[in-house]
Design a protein around this ligand. Structure first.
Ligand SMILES: [Fe+2]
Length: 168
């Protein structure tokens, strides 16, 4: 496959994952607003499952490649992933309860919106994808497929496989 075509394929797939995650986040926002805890819990489970291979690919392969172009500016994306993991984890414990207060709805809807911003920011990195060398894109495609095949949910990955980044 040609360089441009390969890059396009990777971009399309990655974008499609973002699109699906955004759609789920918007659904989650709706169920939180409706205080439908059961639906919210189910949607959160799907988000956790879908985001696992995605975030794993980002941190284990995509960001390290981009770091060669962007330097330490890529670190903000790792920090945003910290927030994503933290938020999903706290949603799981919040939704163990049967009901939500107005205050909890307000705060959790706000947190979902922050996650939406994160996904949109992450989308912006795709512009750099086609600027990577062909062999790098091939490697990224392979890794992305492998992450999808493994299908490790996000929190499980974060708890057992994620590389710990030490605070200076
Ligand atoms: Fe992403």
């Amino acid at each position: 496959m040609e360089h441009a075509e390969l890059a396009q394929e990777l971009v399309n797939d990655f974008r499609d994952q973002h699109r699906k995650i955004c759609a789920m986040l918007i659904k989650l926002e709706g169920s939180l607003k409706a205080k439908n805890v059961r639906d919210a819990r189910e949607i959160l489970g799907k988000i956790n499952n879908m985001s696992g291979p995605h975030i794993r690919f980002e941190e284990e392969c995509f960001y390290p490649e981009l770091k060669r172009i962007m330097g330490d500016y890529i670190d903000r994306f790792y920090m945003e992933n910290d927030m994503l993991i933290h938020t999903v984890r706290s949603f799981f414990s919040l939704l163990e309860k049967g009901t939500l207060t107005d205050q909890e709805v307000f705060q959790s809807v706000d947190a979902v919106r922050m996650l939406l911003v994160h996904v949109c920011n992450s989308e912006g990195l795709l512009v750099l994808c086609e600027m990577l060398e062909k062999k790098v894109i091939e490697r990224l495609t392979e890794k992305s497929d492998a992450c999808k095949k493994d299908g490790v949910p996000m929190l499980k990955w974060a708890d057992t496989m994620r590389e710990v980044r030490r605070v200076a």
